[in-house]
Design a protein around this ligand. Sequence first.
Ligand code: ATP
Length: 285
Amino acid sequence: KKSAAQNSIIQPDFKFEDMGIGGLDSEFSAIFRRAFASRIFPPNLVEKLGIQHVKGILLFGPPGTGKTLMARQIGKMLNAREPKIVNGPEILNKYVGQSEENIRKLFAEAEKEYKDKGEDSGLHIIIFDELDAICKQRGSKNDGTGVGDSIVNQLLAKMDGVEQLNNILIIGMTNRLDMIDEALLRPGRLEVHMEIGLPDEGGRMQILKIHTSKMRTNNIMDSDVDLNELASLTKNFSGAEINGLVKSASSFAFNRHVKVGTLSGVTPDMENMKVNRNDFLSALD
Ligand code: ATP
């Protein structure tokens, strides 16, 4: 009989390079070893060890570094149900007065499936983006409305309840680790913490390759573009900023081909358009 743990083992044909995420291989391996290794062991071994699966992880680091991409890929890697993504500020603003009810609803589907199917249930992932917004350290620095408090309390209650449920994984994400309520970070809650920092030069090279892969396979990138050079020129860029750079270089290339009057009906000659080194340098500028 399969268990929820076995239903969610790493996909056998899973490859890092197919994920469309650059520069985070070691973070992925580490998170797998620290958070998910128990899920590929036979359930009876896990039982014999007397351990429980990790129920929650926290990804933290600067904006645009791939936390959301990573959270989604973790879901795929674990063969989980389509993750539910909730946004901290949205919960706070949209659901004032009914926040507890909304947290309850988030868990309801997974709880029901576990009740119906027990260990045969699939894995459910709930992703909390901008978690800091709802947990500005209870009691101290919050906004005075107490709304954040009650959401955090409800979340804690749910996470503690999750202990009996093998089929829920919570992924919290934040740019502000210092704002996260410590109670949420304890073992049994968001217990594995992983920093997703800015990419190094090798990482930037991988990200550049990912975001230029279409223009390269379609032969729309000029041979004078040297990705190694761009990787070294983009120090301190996040993955999102590198993505923005590629888009911006494309629009410089477009602009070189758009003549006055084009927008009023003349079709520009895009046949021979290529994005060249200069477009990238203008975009960098
Ligand atoms: P935030 O903290 O602002 O929510 P985030 O860390 O969750 O940001 P993502 O939403 O995952 O960042 O990234 C935004 C976009 O930037 C992605 O959709 C992708 O296009 C690009 N990107 C960011 N990091 C990477 C990466 N490591 N590899 C490839 N693309 C990336």
